[in-house]
Design a protein around this ligand. Structure first.
Ligand SMILES: [Zn+2]
Length: 242
């Protein structure tokens, strides 16, 4: 059985019970228009498919805002402030840790939310997407005090003092080819997430990084988007609109 057949079979279980499996795209690291961004827009927004772009506040400006103004189904979330790594040598990369005074990190995040709200009055969402999907628990506890209502990292949602809307499957092979991963493991992870969702709430969050996609990554993304679009047991959603 092909791995795409396994996905279709899982979606048919959802359809048979009158449900639609909710899929969500979070795409990270946008700062300005680019050919890769155009390709993402043509796959998503041009077909009315919702996606959330995690935009790096320090490096972005009017050019991206102008381009996104011509689309309707994309929302914009705060991707740290600078995407700078403050972790020491040998540590995993992290912007939002305790390497600096907590108040400095929080004031940058607040500035990031302010900047994106000014650039995107209609589509900035109060969601924080930490660079490298890492943030210290001490900072998470303070996010609601600076205006955030949700946090998106990678992996299964845990208990947290703020609403978690995570991604669960990562398109890219960061430690190997640095291109798109193979279909079989991607689809196995997607099906596993859908199986846990049958009993609970949440989405199948799919994490993409348009700036580094190779052809293999784009091909998978296009096929996944089409499969979800066409199947009666699945839909692309904006989790903040649920
Ligand atoms: Zn990033």
């Amino acid at each position: 059985m092909s791995s795409w057949t396994a996905l279709n079979d899982e979606l048919s279980i959802w359809a048979d019970t009158g449900r639609m499996a909710p899929f969500w795209i979070r795409d990270d690291d946008a700062v300005e228009p680019s050919p890769a961004l155009e390709r993402l827009i043509s796959l998503t927004a041009n077909g009315g498919i919702p996606a959330t772009l995690a935009v790096i506040p320090e490096h972005t400006g009017d050019a991206l805002a102008t381009r996104l103004a011509a689309t309707t189904s994309l929302s914009v979330a705060v991707h740290g402030w600078s995407h700078r790594n403050y972790a020491g040598k040998g540590e995993k990369k992290q912007e939002l840790g305790l390497h600096r005074p907590q108040r400095d990190v929080l004031s940058e995040l607040a500035a990031g939310l302010d900047k994106l709200r000014a650039l995107y009055p209609d589509r900035a969402v109060t969601m924080l997407v930490p660079p490298w999907n890492r943030i210290s628990g001490e900072l998470v506890a303070e996010l609601s005090t600076i205006g955030f209502s949700s946090l998106s990292v990678f992996g299964r949602e845990k208990d947290a003092p703020i609403r978690l809307i995570n991604t669960h499957v990562d398109l890219m092979d960061w430690h190997g080819t640095r291109g798109g991963r193979d279909d079989a493991p991607l689809l196995a992870e997607i099906v596993a997430r859908l199986q846990t969702l049958r009993e609970g709430k949440g989405e199948m969050g799919f994490l993409t990084h348009h700036l580094v996609h190779d052809e293999k990554a784009w091909t998978f993304l296009a096929r996944l988007i089409e499969t979800v679009e066409k199947h009666p047991g699945a839909a692309w959603v904006d989790p903040l609109a649920q």
